[in-house]
Write a new protein. Structure first.
Length: 249
């Protein structure tokens, strides 16, 4: 059943060979099961693709609730004989190429190790969605550092991913977790303003560190805040989780 639902994690270099430029394949949204057909048109660090027809564009827009968005989503890339774990966003941009498909530009699909065109950096949001598409979020959290757990929490808030929010907390019934599950739908987005100053954690069971964030509200309001994460693990072999987050505006 897992192999029918999830995709195989594959490095970008191998994915680029399996879906070369001009290749046509199917994109399946992991959440809704909706699918549409695309063609890879370009991209050296990830795949730049376009829907094939107006009908394919309409299905893609339906996946994004009728409005184009940069929000990353876990997807399956279905070739003739393989299901690959990937991540896409839903914003037409850049070069075009397929006429009469109602899609002005292209959108991007990332695989394991894909990077962005501009900075050349790996996009953490896309990479977390690849893990989700592969059914390997538990593996990710088991192996993640406390700083990666905090980043995953912020990504989940930004992408409105309740499952990942719950996985990041030590107690699934924590009232603070319930607050953030509601807060994700009130936020237009959230971004880090500063990187964490990594403290050594190899021999400790508890850790505390701050992150400065921008919270984007309706009417283009931006709230600046500092989130201080309290993290624990039961033993040196157990995964890190969040016990609480103190917020100062």
């Amino acid at each position: 059943m897992r192999s029918k639902h999830y995709g195989q994690m594959i490095e970008w270099d191998n994915a680029s060979t399996l879906i070369p430029k001009q290749a046509k394949f199917k994109v399946i949204d992991l959440e809704t099961g909706l699918s549409f057909n695309v063609q890879r048109r370009a991209g050296s660090k990830h795949a730049d693709v376009q829907p094939l027809t107006k009908e394919d564009t309409a299905i893609m827009k339906q996946i994004y609730n009728g409005a184009w968005s940069w929000r990353r989503k876990a997807i399956i890339v279905q070739t003739e004989d393989q299901r690959l774990a990937a991540s896409m966003h839903g914003m037409p941009h850049g070069g075009d190429g397929i006429p009469d498909n109602d899609f002005s530009g292209h959108f991007c699909i990332h695989f394991t190790g894909s990077s962005t065109h501009g900075s050349g950096n790996v996009d953490p949001e896309h990479q977390l969605m690849v893990y989700k598409a592969a059914g390997k979020l538990v593996d990710y959290f088991n192996e993640a550092s406390p700083y990666q757990i905090a980043d995953a929490f912020l990504i989940a808030l930004n992408l409105k991913e309740p499952q990942i929010l719950k996985m990041s907390f030590a107690d699934a019934k924590d009232p603070q977790l319930d607050y953030f599950l509601k807060e994700k739908d009130r936020l237009k987005g959230i971004r880090k303003r500063s990187s964490h100053v990594d403290k050594p954690f190899s021999g400790v069971l508890a850790l505390e560190f701050p992150l400065e964030v921008n919270m984007y509200r309706e009417n283009n309001r931006v709230d600046k805040a500092t989130f201080t994460f309290q993290m624990i693990r039961g033993s040196l072999l157990e995964p890190w989780t969040i016990t609480s987050i103190s917020m100062v505006s």
